[in-house]
Design a binder for this molecule. Structure first.
Ligand code: NAD
Length: 480
């Protein structure tokens, strides 16, 4: 059994029920973890709370040095961590390695910002009076993370929280706690003081909710679905906890008649099918101008048909299993809704046949759908799996109206050779991130966060530091 990591060591909770972690590619048990409840969460929160004063008082540059060493140790353990991530999450080993690297790079980004945490000075507020704007950490951060990118999404919270002097209790998803637990141990062994970063295991309603409700937790940093985000916002309102909510998305991609169709098709294929389509930020709806639609769809179909499906550990696999039977069932219902509404299926829309992998794992073929109705579920809901719907549009106005026609506002992309047209569309598209002629890559340097029901608050960029600190205004009279 893998136990919660609290105050610098694994805590034994043998009296608790255990939860089984399953390999999505074959249904076999990988490990078990205890289903922590309020008492265990309390132990973790108190250990973080006790560690806070000492961690906060370490000079920022020194905190950066400690965090940098811890990040380096995680990088050095990539070949141990990546197979662990593949086993619990399902993604191809190549993507698991990329995810560990991404986690490290994000921490390094914040190490680089250690000396940029600063406030302000306002002279001459009054006679012999000046003002200081002081920026201080919040305290215990409750970081609640989903299963699709367990490590990347942890790094997005851990980096800004720790560099600004906060302490963290993380609650990974019920089904993907193993890599996170081992990362906490590695970071501690590399010099992160006990209690600064703790990990509790358990369900959302159990450990997750107990963490969100704990009175010593000052901020909930959450990534997950929009319904859970709304619940957490309500819980946070009880004692006015700070929140950052990174929620669902249904990113539109607009392909104009003057776009580079090869590059756009390539970006659509990677952007939709990476991580078996289980990404918040993924191209989930394509709107292509009528005059180039057939050519674009043909290029895209060639790419989709080449995506090899199989277990994440197999050589050359590009599409692993879906994370759980539940995810596959939901995807099947959404695709069926598209087919029933009249969509043409250019590829997939079924489980792979022939090699028997579907009997043991949650596999699904990469699916390309053309012209489902605009009220089918692939148009109105978030599709969290390898299915991409494409619609033909007459012009930019129609594309923008459809693109903006959902409750979501996370990412978006526009493909055109005309930068005037692109920048005008980028102004009008309702999303926290817009890529122009670029694959949807998230950069540590730029703030990331959703509009509308895709969330609230920012991660990445120097802006993330603001979400992990409070300002205090200090007025000083020079003459006593
Ligand atoms: P989820 O909301 O079901 O679970 C996310 C986390 O919240 C898990 O750790 C879960 O245990 C916990 N949780 C669930 N109920 C809780 C409760 N009542 N109280 C406290 N914690 C609770 O989401 P999911 O299905 O695991 O993840 C997929 C969703 O995450 C998708 O909607 C996806 O778009 C979104 N997502 C968003 C981003 C982003 O940055 N915007 C990134 C990745 C995923």
């Amino acid at each position: 059994m893998a136990n919660p990591f609290i105050n610098g060591s694994y805590a034994e909770f043998s009296q608790l029920d255990s939860m089984t972690i399953v390999d999505p590619s074959n249904g076999e048990e990988v490990d078990t973890v205890p289903a922590s409840g309020a008492a265990e969460v309390d132990q973790a929160v108190r250990s973080a709370y006790d560690a806070f004063p000492a961690w906060r008082n370490i000079p920022a540059a020194k905190r950066g040095e400690i965090l940098g060493k811890a990040a380096h140790a995680v990088m050095a353990a990539t070949e141990e961590l990546a197979p662990m991530l593949t086993a619990e999450q399902g993604k191809p080993l190549r993507e698991a390695r990329l995810e560990i690297r991404r986690f490290v790079h994000t921490l390094e980004h914040y190490v680089g910002l250690a000396k940029s945490i600063r406030g302000g000075y306002v002279p001459d507020l009054d006679v012999d009076t000046y003002g200081l704007i002081v920026r201080r950490p919040l305290g215990v951060i409750g970081a609640i993370v989903p299963w699709n990118f367990p490590t990347t999404l942890l790094g997005n919270k851990l980096g800004p929280a720790l560099i600004t002097g906060n302490v963290v209790v993380a609650k990974p998803a019920d089904t993907t706690p193993l890599t996170t637990l081992r990362i906490a141990e590695i970071m501690h062994e590399a010099g992160l003081p006990a209690g600064v970063f703790n990990v509790v295991t358990g369900t959302g309603e159990g450990a997750g909710q107990a963490l969100a409700e704990h009175p010593l937790v000052r901020k909930i940093a959450f990534t997950g679905s929009t319904p859970t985000g709304k619940k957490l916002m309500a819980i946070a309102s009880n004692d006015l906890k700070r929140t950052t909510l990174e929620l669902g998305g249904s990113d539109p991609m607009i392909v104009c008649d003057d776009a580079n169709l090869d590059k756009a098709a390539s970006a659509a294929s990677v952007g939709r099918f990476f991580n078996a389509g289980q990404a918040c930020l993924a191209i989930k709806r394509v709107f292509v101008f009528e005059s180039v639609a057939d050519e674009f769809i043909e290029k895209l179909a060639v790419k989709v048909k080449k995506l090899r499906v199989g277990p994440g550990t197999a050589e050359g696999v590009m599409l692993g299993p879906l994370h759980s039977p539940r995810q596959r069932d939901l995807l099947e219902e959404q695709v069926q809704s598209a087919v029933d509404s009249g969509a043409e299926v250019l590829h997939g829309a079924k489980r792979p046949e022939g090699n028997g992998i579907s009997k043991r794992g949650n596999f699904y073929e990469p699916t390309l759908l053309v012209e489902p109705s605009h009220d089918s579920r692939v148009a109105t809901e978030e599709v969290f799996g390898p299915a991409l719907p494409v619609w033909r549009v007459g012009n930019m106005e129609e594309a923008l109206q459809l693109a903006n026609g959902t409750e979501f506002g996370l990412g978006s992309s526009i493909w055109t050779a005309d930068l005037n047209r692109a920048s005008d569309a980028a102004e009008k598209i309702e999303a926290g991130y817009t890529w122009i002629n670029s694959p949807q890559i998230v950069y540590d340097e730029l703030p990331f966060g959703g509009w509308k029901q895709s969330g609230y608050g920012k991660e990445h960029g120097i802006e993330a530091l603001d979400y992990y600190t409070e300002t205090k205004s200090v007025v000083v009279k020079r003459a006593v």
